[in-house]
Design a protein around this ligand. Structure first.
Ligand SMILES: Nc1ncnc2c1ncn2[C@@H]1O[C@H](COP(=O)(O)OP(=O)(O)OP(=O)(O)O)[C@@H](O)[C@H]1O
Ligand SMILES: [Mg+2]
Length: 338
């Protein structure tokens, strides 16, 4: 799928990617005469950029604005790399980012792909992702925070440091909170070791906005704000189908209807976490399917049976049974045989 905007990264180059030594940042620039030409497609083919972007497209349903932003970022970095090679040095682009969105909207997954991308373009040496929350950065006692934060930073160097619910680092009600110490250290490293580390702050949009208001230093170091919207029911359904296909399961036609009703209900309930809730729901459907097969009197089951999720595997969920029957949509009652 390549419907992610016209950003120059929508076509596969013909050249197959091949391993190649990274140009050293301080290598003597090649000379580029005024009428020389650089082959962007060749350069892209040499790096693994398209493989990473294709994977992002394939693995993630929807998220078109997010994918478009990442393609733009990839284009910026590729051009920066070419410019650098020809001695057109400019400041290295700031890559620290902020991901806002509700739980389960794909933030961690996208951060993983970005880390890979930055490695393939030669911006990060390792391209690994270190995910932390306040607890891993901030100590309980005086003198504990600096070593904790520094240890995390050491682990993350060469990759991406992903700080989930970053706003918990700041406690407005407590001026002397140790979180502030962690923020100061992070700020320094974000400025001075930009070459070696990309920091991504993640969390709910409103809380993140408040956090930035009280931490302008942090706000000014973040170059890219990417918002992850909640998924529509259609997208949640497609995400579920993708997850099932990956695991070699499929929904029977009746189970498709049941699953859609399930999603409509689940999305209205507390602690709904978008794609994460879809994954959890399908895990439980698998349990019920297995139980149905094992506890049945039928001894022999074919390949298709072992793959197929039936309506009962979904409708027996508490999400579908908790409310009185007459509150269930007519189709659900029908599917239950009621
Ligand atoms: N657009 C999508 N298409 C397919 N799968 C998705 C999509 N978004 C998320 N997922 C899947 O949903 C699960 C949760 O995603 P992820 O951990 O990236 O979300 P998150 O925003 O980091 O959530 P949290 O805020 O709870 O940490 C993962 O298993 C991921 O593969
Ligand atoms: Mg996450």
């Amino acid at each position: 799928m390549s419907s992610t905007g016209n950003t120059g990264f929508n076509m596969r180059p013909d050249a197959a990617p091949e391993a190649q030594a990274e140009p050293q940042p301080d290598a003597v620039p090649e000379t580029l005469a005024p009428d020389d030409l650089v082959d962007v497609v060749e350069e892209r083919g040499r790096l693994d950029i398209d493989a990473v972007l294709d994977r992002l497209d394939r693995e993630l349903i929807g998220l078109v604005p997010v994918k478009t932003r990442i393609r733009q970022l990839a284009a910026l970095l590729l051009v920066d790399r070419l410019r650098c090679r020809y001695g057109l040095a400019s400041d290295r682009p700031t890559l620290h980012m902020c991901f806002t969105g509700a739980p389960g909207t794909g933030k961690t997954t996208v951060a993983l792909r970005i880390a890979e991308l930055l490695k393939s373009i030669g911006y990060l040496e390792k391209g690994h992702l270190v995910t932390v929350t306040r607890d891993e950065l901030v100590g309980q006692y005086i003198g504990h925070t600096a070593p904790k934060t520094k240890e995390v930073l050491k682990r993350a160097i060469g990759g991406v440091l992903f700080i989930d619910e970053a706003y918990y680092l700041h406690r407005a009600e407590n001026e002397r909170d140790y979180g502030q110490e962690a923020i100061e250290i992070l700020l320094q490293v974000m400025e001075n070791q930009r070459e070696d580390l990309v920091v991504i702050l993640a969390g709910y949009k409103d809380r993140m906005d408040t956090f930035f208001q009280s931490n302008p230093g942090m706000s000014s170091r973040i170059a890219h704000h990417i918002d992850f919207p909640d998924y529509s029911i259609d997208e949640l359904f497609a995400i579920g189908e993708l997850m099932l296909t990956e695991q070699r399961y499929e929904l029977s036609p009746e189970a498709r209807t049941a699953f859609r009703h399930y999603l409509e209900r689940r999305a209205e309930q507390p602690r709904f976490a978008n794609a994460r809730s879809v994954r959890n729901a399908l895990e439980r459907a698998r349990l019920r399917q297995a139980n149905r097969i094992v506890s049945s009197e039928q001894r022999h089951w074919g390949r298709a049976d072992l793959m197929r999720i039936e309506p009962s595997d979904i409708l027996e969920s508490r999400v579908m049974t908790q409310e009185p029957d007459d509150a269930a949509p007519a189709t659900v009652r029908q599917l239950r045989g009621g």
